[in-house]
Design a protein around this ligand. Structure first.
Ligand code: SAM
Length: 268
């Protein structure tokens, strides 16, 4: 994923127009992705031909899109599937989807689950909408917002009503400054699972994600090697937001590929 403030990448984009991915033509892609493979071929092609120019991926990613982005995201599909089944829900939110990771890839892998991709940046929202259409994913919707703006804060007297999608409220977002106001709903307890990758440390993610998860649901966060350290630092915030039993599990990416790590937090 390209980071904000990266150097101009347009000339590099031209130079890598025909870049070959390390895993192009590898049989493991179809083995791992199964029925999602065809849709992911379309997505990978979009990423490799337009992603760098549009600031969706960084210059170091161009020949490892399959492994770093697509297979890495797909690795948590079994965790999401299991957590949805345990929660009795088919609604998942992906917070900070960026170019579509992990949310768009998961939607292809788990077609019976409805995915809501939450992303505040306009150009990334446009990208996500295009990619959803081009891959013909009918189980995806995209909301332009910061996650915390979709959460109704508990008032000191009443608290937040449990198990309800809260009433409509008008939130002034960045768009207000450009002349329009987005009318948005709030989504407390609305999803069986919330996913995220590379958005923020758990100390912040706790308040941005756990209020969106219904009791009995789960936060499923893709994390790096420092996953356990992050949990240790965020114990208080996680508990305050109803998070219990935070733990790190290894998520296999595929034979011969490095495993990734996933942080699971149960919501009470
Ligand atoms: C480093 S990118 C990671 C994108 C993607 N998840 C990935 O792994 O490639 C972080 C993304 O989180 C989004 N983001 C940052 N703060 C956010 C917030 N408060 N709520 C929702 N998304 C946020 C950014 O706009 C950006 O697209």
């Amino acid at each position: 994923m390209d980071q904000e403030g990266d150097t101009d990448t347009s000339s590099q984009a031209e130079a890598v127009e025909h870049t070959v991915d390390q895993l192009d033509n590898s049989p493991i892609l179809e083995q791992i992705l199964g029925q999602a493979f065809e849709q992911m071929k379309i997505f990978q092609h979009k990423l490799s031909s337009e992603g760098l120019k549009r600031g969706i991926i960084g210059p170091r990613d161009v020949n490892i899109i399959w492994e770093r982005h697509i297979l890495n995201s797909a690795a948590i599909a079994p965790f999401v599937d299991q957590a949805c089944a345990a929660a009795g829900s088919n609604r998942v939110a992906d917070v900070g989807s960026g170019g579509g990771f992990p949310g768009l890839v998961l939607a292809a892998c788990l077609p019976d689950i409805e995915f809501t991709l939450i992303e505040p940046m306009e150009r990334r929202v446009e990208w996500l909408q295009e990619a959803t259409l081009e891959t013909a994913l009918s189980n995806v919707r995209v909301i332009r917002s910061r996650a915390e703006d979709l959460i109704q804060k508990a008032s000191p007297k009443q608290g937040v009503k449990r198990n309800s999608v809260k009433k409509k409220k008008t939130i002034e977002t960045e768009q207000h400054r450009t002349g329009s106001i987005l009318s948005q709903e709030t989504y407390n307890n609305a999803f069986g699972v919330v996913t995220c990758r590379a958005v923020a440390p758990l100390t912040k993610l706790a308040a941005w994600t756990l209020p969106l998860v219904q009791p009995g649901g789960q936060l499923v966060a893709l994390k790096g090697r420092s996953a356990q350290d992050e949990i240790d630092k965020a114990l208080k915030e996680l508990r305050k937001q109803g998070g219990r039993n935070p733990r790190v599990e290894l998520a296999p990416v595929g034979e011969g590929l490095e495993n990734t790590r996933v942080v699971l937090v149960d919501k009470v």
